[in-house]
Design a binder for this molecule. Sequence first.
Ligand SMILES: [Zn+2]
Length: 287
Amino acid sequence: MLKLSELFPTDLIVDGISTEDSKITIRLISTKPNCECPNCKRKSSRIHSQYQRGLKDLPIMDKKAIIRLQTRKFFCDNPNCETGIFTERFKSLIKPYARNTDRLNKYLEFIGFAVNAEVGSVLSKQILANVSPDSMLRLVKAAEPAIKTDYQYIGIDDWAIKKGHKYCTLVCDLVTKRPIDVLPDRSYDVISEWLREHPEIKFISMDRSVTYNGATKRECPQAKIVADRFHLVYNLSQTLMRYLQRRYCNGILINPELPREEQPQITERTFLFWNPSKLSGKDKDIL
Ligand SMILES: [Zn+2]
C-alpha cells in the first residue's frame, strides 16, 4: 500500500495529516541529523531554532494540499565562514524561500505559458492552488528555457517590433516548430555571431535576404539554404502580377460582374479573390 511519505523526498517524513472540506494539511519534519552550510559546505548539527514553513503542493483527491514544514536553523561552527546561522535546505521538491513545491510550480508554469497571467490565475485557483496573476507572471519569467543546442533544421526571418523602424530576427526550430531565439536586429554581424555558435545546422529556411544568405554561407557553409514556402509563394505571386500587368494591362477582367471600365487594377490581392471559373468564354480568351 502506498504511504504518503513516499510522495515526498527521503529526507522528509509525514508527521501528521488533517483535512477540512476542501483542504488537506500535511505536516512534514526532516530526518537529517545535520545540515550542510550553504556557504562553506561544512556540516552542522547544532540547532539554533526552528519554525514552520507553509507551502502549497499539488491537490490530493480533489483537496488542495498545504504543507506545514518544520524547518530548522543551524549554527555554522566554521570560524572562517561568514555565515553564522543558516536555514535548513532540502534535497528536492522544496527550494529555499519558496511558497510552492517544485512540482506545483511545474504545473503552474504549464498554465502560465498556455494562457495569460490573469486567466492562468483564475484557472489555477479552480484546479491547483490560489496563485495571483503577479505570481503567475513571475513563474513564467523565472522558468528555465528548454536547453537544446543541436538545432539541425531552423527557420530565420526578420520580425518588426515597430514596422518601418525597428526589426529583430526570429529564429525557429523547424522540428519542434517553436521559436528558439530573438536576435536584437537583422544585421550581418548579429546573424553571423549566432550562426557561428551553431555549426550543427544542416538546413536553414529563409527569404531571399542577402544578409541572411551571406552570413549563412560564411558561418555555416555546410548548411543548405532553403527558400521558405511563404516567400516562395509570395515571390511567385509578385512575379505573376508583374507579368500580367505588363502583358494584359488593358485586357484582363478581374471582376466579371463589373463593366470593363470599372475593373479594378491588378494588385497582389487580386490573386486572392480572382476565380477563373467565373470568367466568360470571351474573357478566358483574353487571358
Ligand atoms: Zn559555513
